[in-house]
Design a protein around this ligand. Structure first.
Ligand code: NI
Length: 197
């Protein structure tokens, strides 16, 4: 199984190593590793969890100009690894669970784990760095005194500070608390500096 995961890693490297929007190869690597760690204390298929962690952003509409074609290519790649149809189906389900995050609960434990791992990478110090990288990539302001603007700082209140309470697994819940505090102290310091002059 390991060599299949190595091939998956190489496939992901090709697709994401030049990304500068916070969805780079290292995001995929951290999500795969975090998902693997969370899965240690859950009844889940560890191969499906790790593979879906690596692959979860493939076909994301904000990252690919032709998401459907990218998903088909991924399917062909998984077939070429000679994974069973059942395994491919389970990986697909887990990825779909993550991308359906808005207003829909994941149906599979593997999907819940990968969603927790993806959300974990959106908070804490890495989450802060990724927020501003992504904001820059879509032309958002860092911050504005006009609260109606969709700034990167506003994104903390709209989404990131809510994530610790949305984690599914106990492992993720226990890690998320500390990362949440890192964001809060970052924002405190940010406003101190913003308001000084
Ligand atoms: Ni992601």
């Amino acid at each position: 199984m390991n060599s299949k995961l190595q091939q998956i890693e190489a496939y992901v490297f090709d697709l994401f190593h030049q990304d500068s929007s916070g969805h780079d190869f290292h995001h995929m690597k951290r999500v795969a590793n975090m998902a693997k760690k969370i899965a240690e204390t859950e009844k889940a298929n560890p191969f499906v969890v790790e593979a879906a962690g690596w692959l979860h952003d493939i076909g994301d509409k904000k990252l690919f100009s032709n998401p459907e074609a990218e998903k088909q290519k991924l399917h062909q790649f998984l077939v070429s690894l000679e994974l069973s149809e059942q395994l491919i189906h389970e990986i697909d389900m887990a990825i779909r669970d993550v991308s359906f995050s808005k207003g829909r609960q994941p149906e599979t434990i593997e999907g819940k784990i990968v969603q927790d791992a993806d959300r974990m990478d959106a908070i804490g110090a890495i989450g802060i760095a990724r927020t501003f990288a992504y904001g820059g990539s879509i032309g958002s302001l860092i911050h504005s005194d006009d609260e109606t603007k969709g700034t990167s700082v506003q994104h903390f209140y709209d989404k990131l500070l809510l994530l610790k309470d949305l984690m599914h697994t106990s492992t993720a819940k226990s890690i998320a608390g500390q990362r949440h505090r890192v964001m809060q102290s970052f924002l405190d310091q940010f406003y101190d500096e913003w308001n000084t002059y």
